[in-house]
Design a protein around this ligand. Structure first.
Ligand code: G
Ligand code: G
Ligand code: MN
Ligand code: NA
Length: 252
């Protein structure tokens, strides 16, 4: 199929890029890190959106080498920023199910850290509920190894999957990302859900960040609920790496 051979060619030709979306802590008034998001530049100057090709890449297994490239590149770029004095900055990399279940996944993570010199504490891996619940014993093993390495892990799009809260105590993750759907309106039901997530996170000692914050009103509301870590268009869109240092210096 055409898309698949295009993907393979893009990988071989090192055409993929990463953009980086900042994460901020409004209490601390600082940038805590960035999330790396895969971009596929097209000849006409546009970017083909990840949702267009990640599902097929996942199906065909191509996501494994693409993901390995993204992991290494994100570590390399963040180490470079740190060396340039732009820190301390953590980088979050999205991990797909096929990547996570590969037997050598933790070895890959270790290798990327070793090769780039990025301290493990500066790397975070974003995992989805579905990925974690698909094979809980496997997830427990991988998460435990990552924790021993000092790598942070978070559950992405939290609240949209089918994770029973009881699984949270069996999965050694370091944080949760509140899905943007709960942030959009923050009506009575959403507020209650966000409060519940914050309460359980406090009890389990998990970090929490709200995603998809687009307006000052949403940010105010989240602050009132005592959620001070946020990510979203209000602060910055995913940025090409060349634009991050200037954005970082300008942000207060
Ligand atoms: O910017 P946005 O359109 O970037 O991302 C769309 C979706 O693609 C999100 O669910 C995001 O988690 C996923 N995604 C972005 N980059 C990567 C990546 O490097 N690996 C994987 N597995 N998913 C990614
Ligand atoms: O699945 P994941 O949470 O990794 O994907 C994040 C997705 O959300 C990316 O496509 C990213 O570009 C997008 N995104 C980031 N901030 C905002 C925002 O404030 N509003 C909206 N609508 N999307 C956002
Ligand atoms: Mn994510
Ligand atoms: Na998310």
């Amino acid at each position: 199929q055409q898309l698949m051979s295009d993907l393979r060619a893009a990988l071989d030709g090192q055409q993929f890029r990463l953009h980086y979306q900042p994460k901020v802590d409004l209490d601390q008034g600082r940038v805590t890190g960035v999330e790396a998001l895969l971009r596929w530049p097209q000849p006409d100057g546009t970017f083909r959106p990840p949702l267009d090709f990640i599902p097929l890449a996942e199906e065909t297994g191509l996501i494994v080498p693409i993901g390995a490239w993204a992991l290494r590149e994100a570590c390399r770029q963040t180490r470079e920023w740190t060396a340039a004095g732009l820190g301390p900055l953590s980088v979050a990399v999205n991990v797909s199910p096929a990547q996570f279940s590969a037997p050598d996944f933790t070895a890959q993570v270790q290798q990327a850290l070793r090769d780039t010199g990025l301290p493990p504490q500066q790397l975070e891996l974003e995992l989805t509920e579905g990925l974690l619940l698909h094979d809980i014993p496997l997830a427990q093993g991988v998460l435990t190894t990552l924790r021993e390495l000092g790598v942070q892990t978070s559950i992405d799009d939290f609240g949209t999957g089918f994770a029973s809260l009881s699984y949270l105590k069996r999965l050694p993750v370091s944080g949760l990302k509140i899905d943007q759907s709960f942030v959009q309106d923050l009506g009575a039901a959403d507020t209650a859900i966000v409060q519940a997530i914050l309460t359980i996170s406090g009890a389990l000692n998990l970090s929490v960040i709200a995603e998809g914050v687009e307006t000052a009103a949403q940010a105010q509301h989240l602050l009132k609920l005592r959620c001070s870590r946020m990510q979203g268009y209000l602060f910055a869109r995913p940025l090409p790496p060349a634009d991050l240092p200037a954005w970082h210096r300008a942000w207060r």
